[in-house]
Design a protein around this ligand. Structure first.
Ligand SMILES: *Cc1c(COP(=O)(O)O)cnc(C)c1O
Length: 346
């Protein structure tokens, strides 16, 4: 892969903003260089623009070098950077699967980049031939999502390989839900695929959606470009500190919570499968399950009346009359199940 060919000229030529912390990297001293307040309240200093301490912790957990890690204000920042770095507005294109996560198309539109949506097949798997035949010489990025949102399934690995091998641009594999099927990550295949960008997040299994911390993993060359283009202080001090603490002290707890969610998922699916008006329960590898039912939007509104909030996905491509249900705590899931059982009986 020729990375230079893919990168926008304005980005190759960019000298990034140089922070005060770039020019002086020592630890101890009298800091009169960044126009900060000298009065210590825990947050008066700018954060580390490269998040080195946090990356060390993540690198150790994921068994990956720091140079292959980018941290963003949610995964959304990494998605937007793919457009900033690779896609010349109104010239370049991306390929996106449908149905999938809405941010890939929103970021295409806000960046004025043409996107070609390719439908997944009836099993919500990749139609690799159709995807590769949709690629033009302007296509810079293909976005894949595995496990996919809102369908919940892992994409077949062989198909992802076909895309990676058959496309001369960047392939993003969004693994936001990978902690619910940990063995399926592609993290350890980065060295085989210089065009692979993997997205993960602290928002789901790690339970830190409110902190806004997303991760991208890729070759050093791609990570360097992302670091060059991002806002200098994109991860604030509080997020860096809390994430380090959570990642070092809550590893066992997170695994236990994932186990609980997975056993609840089995229980919820079993209960839902006995309810007659639920027409289909889609296979899931994530912490949610997509169901198909008659008049899904009416059911969605009924559930809101019971103060049970699920996601109506009926308006999404190939998801007519579907609801996406996040697996909650036992008592939360019970509330949903009991309502649906009683409704079915009446
Ligand atoms: C939830 C989710 C994310 C995570 O987004 P953050 O900005 O990190 O909270 C990313 N991709 C997909 C497909 C998701 O469903």
């Amino acid at each position: 892969m020729n990375l230079d060919r893919l990168v926008r000229k304005c980005i190759s030529n960019l000298s990034p903003y140089s922070t005060a912390r770039d020019e002086y990297k020592g630890e101890i001293g009298v800091y009169l260089d960044a126009n900060e307040s000298p009065f210590d309240n825990g947050y008066n200093r700018y954060p580390d623009p490269y998040q080195i301490e946090l990356k060390k912790v993540i690198g150790e957990i994921k068994n990956i070098e720091i140079e292959n890690i980018f941290l963003g204000n949610g995964s959304d920042e990494a998605i937007v950077l793919m457009y900033n770095i690779f896609c010349e507005p109104r010239i370049d294109e991306v390929v996106i699967i449908k149905p999938s996560y809405g941010m890939y198309t929103v970021a295409a539109r806000t960046n004025d980049v043409e996107y070609n949506e390719v439908a997944l097949n009836a099993d919500f798997q990749l139609d690799t031939e159709l995807i590769l035949s949709t690629v033009t010489d302007k296509t810079k990025v293909i976005f894949l999502c595995s496990p996919n949102n809102p369908s919940g399934n892992l994409l077949r690995r062989e198909d992802i390989y076909s895309i990676l091998n058959g496309f001369e641009g960047i392939v993003v594999v969004d693994e936001a839900y990978i902690d619910f099927c940990a063995e399926s990550t592609m993290l350890h295949e980065l060295h085989d695929f210089p065009n692979l960008v993997i997205l993960q997040t602290m928002s789901k299994a790690w339970g830190l959606a409110g902190l806004r911390l997303g991760m991208a993993f890729a070759s050093k060359e791609i990570i360097d470009l992302m670091t060059k283009v991002k806002y200098p202080y994109n991860i604030n001090c509080a997020t860096q500190q809390i994430a380090i603490e959570e990642l070092t002290t809550k590893r066992a707890e997170k695994l236990r919570e994932v186990e609980m969610i997975l056993s609840e998922r089995t229980r919820v699916i079993e209960a839902l499968s006995k309810i007659e008006f639920i027409e289909h329960i889609y296979p899931t590898d994530a912490n949610f399950v997509l169901i198909k039912t008659a008049n899904a939007t009416a059911l969605y509104n009924e559930l809101i009346g019971e103060k049970i909030i699920v996601r109506d996905r009926s308006g999404v491509f190939a998801c007519g009359d579907t609801l996406r249900i996040t697996i909650g705590k036992k008592e939360e899931n019970d509330k949903l199940i009991n309502y649906l059982i009683n409704r079915g009986e009446n």
